[in-house]
Design a protein around this ligand. Structure first.
Ligand code: SF4
Length: 373
């Protein structure tokens, strides 16, 4: 079930924690950039004629910041250059501070059938600390515009001064407004971002406090009927993200746009992170990929394990055998032995026990070590 990822790198303002490829001061390049992106889509479409795609995902950056006609143009180009399944899931990331009635109308016309809204928190002071351009009322307004549509909400844990009560308010707001899917992530603090200073000053919750917030948020979401299907993702059954499932199943995807990554035909490759270089390259008729590597079998096996064990469903032993021709017990006997207290068997599936899924990295370490031997 291959997917198409489209990167839109423009934002109105840089958030204090952000280290994504996003440019807060280059919106005047949007038209020219999208013209290049249409060209890259055409070039990739010619190369991938035999594929039928199940999902499209517009991420960023802030896709809802650029003029909506450019999203419509990208969708027209995708439909013209790729074979897209009739019931394809087509998602657009949306910042509540950049949305209006006219935009939503154009997105629906373009065929967008799923929205992912970055709320992060319902507490306005925390939004302001994060450098977000919206407040909680903007989120409510955005969800009203999307009434009857399928949308997901991103929320964050581990913020400065965040309490469990704040998390409860945030979850209440998102569920009351009709979000069918909630992604609940712990804030990642990257060196070089403004929020790193708060981290150095000890102003952010420590990892035990964040784990506690996560357990609290998880049980609240479950009480409300949202089932965890991956460590950070919860959905009303039937509303899981197909695009992300494809990543966790180690499925193929093609990424277009500056900094976009792809995994096709056994190779992982990534486009340049430099906007000018991206545009020059595509205008000259070259693919803008700057790194490309063939994934060897050892790495492929570890990737398979790592991605599958992030999910609540777990790892299918049969799928592993069908993919690699040997059983997981033969490839990872020691890791399985050392982590046995964290794992459980459910028919054909090995999964991390519910209470340990949040700390899956410590379990995966054993597989990583054995995979490297
Ligand atoms: S909206 Fe997203 S991509 Fe843009 S600056 Fe904020 S975190 Fe980064």
């Amino acid at each position: 079930m291959p997917g198409i990822y489209v990167h839109i790198p423009f934002c109105r303002h840089k958030c204090s924690y952000c280290d994504f490829t996003s440019f807060p001061d280059k919106i005047e390049y949007a038209e020219a950039y999208m013209a290049c992106l249409y060209k890259e889509l055409k070039m990739r479409g010619e190369e991938l004629k035999n594929y039928e795609f199940d999902t499209v995902y517009f991420g960023g950056g802030t896709p809802s910041y650029i003029p909506p006609k450019l999203i419509l143009g990208a969708m027209n180009q995708i439909k013209a250059c790729f074979r897209l399944k009739k019931d394809a899931e087509i998602t657009l990331e949306l910042n509540p501070g950049t949305i209006g009635e006219g935009k939503v109308k154009t997105y629906l016309e373009a065929g967008i059938n799923r929205f992912s809204i970055g709320l992060q928190t319902a507490i306005d002071e925390q939004l302001s600390d994060l450098g977000r351009i919206h407040n909680a009322r903007d989120y409510v307004y955005a969800t009203k515009l999307l009434e009857g549509q399928n949308f997901s909400t991103d929320i964050m844990l581990g913020l400065k001064n965040q309490t469990k009560e704040d998390i409860a308010k945030t979850i209440e707001l998102a569920t009351r407004c009709g979000s069918k899917h909630i992604s609940m992530y712990a804030l990642t603090v990257e060196d070089g971002t403004p929020i790193y200073t708060d981290y150095l000053n000890g102003e952010l919750p420590d990892s035990d406090e964040v784990a506690d917030m996560y357990a609290f948020g998880k049980s609240l979401l479950e009480e409300k009927g949202y089932k965890r299907y991956e460590v950070s993702n919860f959905a009303i059954p039937g509303y899981e993200s197909k695009h992300n499932w494809n990543y966790w199943k180690r499925g193929e995807y093609i990424g277009v746009g500056v900094s976009a990554s792809s995994f096709m035909m056994g190779k992982r490759f990534t486009n340049t992170f430099d906007l000018d270089e991206y545009m020059k390259c595509v205008i000259s008729g070259f693919f803008p990929a700057v790194t490309s590597e063939e994934v060897n079998e050892k790495d492929a096996k570890f990737e398979f394990v790592m991605l599958a064990l992030r999910t609540a469903r777990g790892l299918s032993m049969q799928e592993y055998k069908n993919t690699f021709g040997v059983g997981i017990g033969e490839d990872f006997p020691n890791a399985l032995k050392k982590t046995v207290q964290y794992l459980e068997l459910d028919g054909d599936f090995i999964k991390i026990k519910d209470e340990y899924l949040y700390v899956q990295n410590s379990v995966l370490m054993y597989f990583l070590e054995e995979g490297a031997e």
